[in-house]
Design a protein. Structure first.
Length: 186
């Protein structure tokens, strides 16, 4: 039997776990059965590019949380990105988006905001949340440390990593002696 050193085995297991997280996001229930959820895994150079972008945002906005989260990302093996096509309406005319009808929502100008594009259909936002919850549930079942991070998604959006997504969240994953995503300083 070959010997697999701890670091190599853990790295391979984390990448496998990230793939299983994609499955959980994909199979999560979606409003009306219409799947507008998008997923991607970043590791290696691509993960570092996201961390570099987070550092740039920290400098631009003078928000130290971006630097802190960039360090967390660098200390992670990979990050799962989950986004949604949020400017697609659900055709329920609920008004949560701020428009009287879905037709008016569909006709409204879609604009890039500071971090994401909108307006966003509430049902698409809910689909994103359910997909995120399903993905982190899988990571938790596998004892993989993780945390949903808005700032990772912001940098990923600026880098156009999920071009069709109007909103993106990131989930860095790691396996350390202590969970690196909690007990953090602001």
């Amino acid at each position: 039997m070959p010997v697999i050193k701890s670091e190599e085995g853990e790295r391979e297991a984390l990448l496998y776990a990230s793939r299983l997280m994609l499955i959980s996001a994909r199979t999560a229930p979606k409003s009306g059965g219409k799947d507008d959820v998008l997923t991607l895994i970043v590791s290696g150079r691509e993960k570092e590019a996201v961390a570099v972008e987070m550092d740039k945002i920290a400098e631009e906005r003078k928000i130290e949380g971006f630097k802190r989260d960039a360090k967390n990302l660098r200390d992670s093996e990979a990050a799962v990105l989950i986004g949604v096509r949020g400017t697609t309406s659900f055709k329920l005319d609920c008004g949560s988006c701020g428009y009287e009808t879905c037709s008016k929502f569909d006709e409204a100008e879609k604009k890039a905001g500071r971090d994401f594009a909108g307006p966003t259909c509430i049902f698409k936002a809910l689909d994103l949340g359910i997909a995120l919850g399903s993905a982190v549930k899988t990571a938790s079942f596998l004892d993989v440390d993780n945390r949903i991070m808005y700032r990772v998604g912001t940098a990923a959006k600026r880098l156009n990593l999920l071009p069709e997504a109007t909103v993106i969240m990131g989930i860095p994953i790691s396996a350390k002696g202590k969970n690196i995503y909690f007990d953090r300083q602001r």
